[in-house]
Design a protein around this ligand. Sequence first.
Ligand SMILES: CC(C)(COP(=O)(O)OP(=O)(O)OC[C@H]1O[C@@H](n2cnc3c(N)ncnc32)[C@H](O)[C@@H]1OP(=O)(O)O)[C@@H](O)C(=O)NCCC(=O)NCCS
Length: 172
Amino acid sequence: MDTPPVSTAITIRRAEPSDYEAVQRIFAGANAISGTLQLPFPAAETWRKRLSEPADDLYVLVACVAGEVVGQLGLHSFPHSPRRRHVGQLGMAVRDDWQGRGVGRALMQAAIDLAEKWLQLTRLELEVYTDNELAVQLYKKCGFVIEGTLARYAFRNGSYVDAYAMARLRTA
Ligand SMILES: CC(C)(COP(=O)(O)OP(=O)(O)OC[C@H]1O[C@@H](n2cnc3c(N)ncnc32)[C@H](O)[C@@H]1OP(=O)(O)O)[C@@H](O)C(=O)NCCC(=O)NCCS
């Protein structure tokens, strides 16, 4: 398969129900599974339901290149929790063949803008495996700091893995 040029325009939009097969394909990738809490063999039906019946506290964004969905980001909020209304939790994945080309950066910037400029969220949280250097670098560049290490956070491909708790606090 030809490698698409890095300069190809990346557009970000809200996920639509019809995106479910593309999102399932993202989470079928070995890196995407390894870097997240997803299991191998993702079911299309799971993503069809999640995208067609979205909870009111979840914002799902997708990144598209030439009309094709190549990345996904979920922003969970807590509108029904008076004392956590200012918090958003992020999770994201870029399709394996599109990683390292700016898609994650574009998704994260769009999510930060949505969270801070429109949803009044002042604390954004995420967990990332301590050995996921690419992701940790991306988050640091986007203003997240490491707040602590979560030991044996998850089981991954036969062994436990630690995770960093990272957060970005809106300053202005
Ligand atoms: C982590 C992930 C979301 C990042 O998205 P991405 O599109 O691959 O990242 P980008 O191309 O936008 O790169 C963003 C930054 O990461 C760093 N980066 C990119 N490629 C890198 C590489 N090969 N080595 C080290 N750092 C790299 C750079 O600092 C880059 O910053 P820059 O924009 O100043 O160059 C993506 O790789 C992914 O989905 N991985 C698998 C699933 C996963 O780990 N999800 C995160 C769960 S917390």
